[in-house]
Ligand binder design. Structure first.
Ligand SMILES: NC(=O)c1ccc[n+]([C@@H]2O[C@H](COP(=O)([O-])OP(=O)(O)OC[C@H]3O[C@@H](n4cnc5c(N)ncnc54)[C@H](O)[C@@H]3O)[C@@H](O)[C@H]2O)c1
Length: 258
């Protein structure tokens, strides 16, 4: 099984400060853990207080550097900005930002009200932009940085039941492309990491069924199911000095689905 193979460690990530949104569960939690394993200084926000607290306690028990976390609903942009500024004051400027938070709730075209549409954008689209805006001055002070925006391969297929999520996730590539040139002048890199169908606790509980299993077998080139840690490995590379000349790109980790 490929998931049990010994994996790379990155000297450049040791002591590096990383800010992650939606870090309590799923892919975000795997990213938090992967950076902690590398000896990075991780800070994250999430609404899920119990899960966040349990993750931080588990990582501390494993002997990793203490993880900084705050409860924060990212739909509240001033609250998100306050949490970022508080982390910066307590820990220092962040070299890496991982825009991970999202929510893939389902809906029919007819059911979407203006308020619901705006709420979906508030979770899935706005937090990345305003997190970047808040953290870039610190990256400039450090002389560089790495921004990793979680995109998706979901919208790149067709027939999904999550229209608003697709609208928001498709805009991630535009966010990455539109900022790469401006930020690149200050050696701040920005990339999209687009997962295929990853077996998070939420995906397995809510959406994976026999039909889904068959779709995975039919569409993926590789037989194994994608794990959150598979996405985290790509994120580590892009944050590390090994990824120094990668910017403005989309990196898919989808077992060859597309
Ligand atoms: N799982 C997949 O198959 C898959 C596929 C493609 C892309 N992605 C992308 O990967 C990223 C992570 O997805 P995931 O599957 O781990 O999601 P998830 O739903 O499992 O986890 C999302 C995390 O964000 C938190 N969160 C949700 N709403 C919040 C809010 N308003 N404020 C603060 N925190 C909030 C949740 O508590 C949770 O910890 C997302 O950007 C998603 O679009 C996932």
């Amino acid at each position: 099984m490929h998931h049990t193979t010994a994996l790379a460690s990155y000297p450049s990530l040791r002591g590096q400060r990383v800010f992650i949104t939606g870090g309590a569960t799923g892919i975000g939690a795997a990213i938090v853990e992967a950076f902690a394993q590398q000896g990075a200084q991780v800070a994250f926000v999430d609404v899920a207080e119990a899960e966040a607290s349990a993750l931080a306690a588990r990582l501390t028990a494993l002997g990793y550097p203490p993880v900084w976390w705050r409860t924060c609903d990212v739909r509240d942009i001033p609250a998100l900005q306050n949490a970022i500024r508080q982390a910066q004051t307590e820990l220092g400027d962040f070299f890496t930002l991982v825009n991970n938070v999202a929510s893939d709730d389902r809906h029919a075209l007819e059911a979407v009200t203006l308020d619901y549409y705006d709420e979906r954008m508030a979770v899935n689209q706005r937090p990345a932009f305003f997190s970047i805006q808040t953290l870039v001055p610190g990256m400039r002070r450090l002389g560089g940085g790495s921004i990793i925006n979680l995109g998706s391969t979901g919208w790149q297929g067709k027939g999904t039941g999550y229209i608003c999520y697709s609208v928001a996730k498709s805009s991630v590539n535009g966010l990455t492309r539109s900022l790469a040139d401006t930020l690149g002048a200050d050696r701040i890199r920005i990339n999209t990491v687009s997962p295929g169908w990853v077996m998070t606790e939420r995906q397995m509980r809510l959406w994976l069924n026999a039909e889904g299993e068959a779709a995975i077998a039919r569409n993926q080139c590789l037989p194994d199911k994608l794990q959150p840690s598979d996405i985290a490995r790509m994120v580590l590379f892009l944050a590390s000095a090994d990824g120094a000349m990668c910017t403005a790109q989309e990196f898919k980790v989808d077992a060859g689905w597309d």
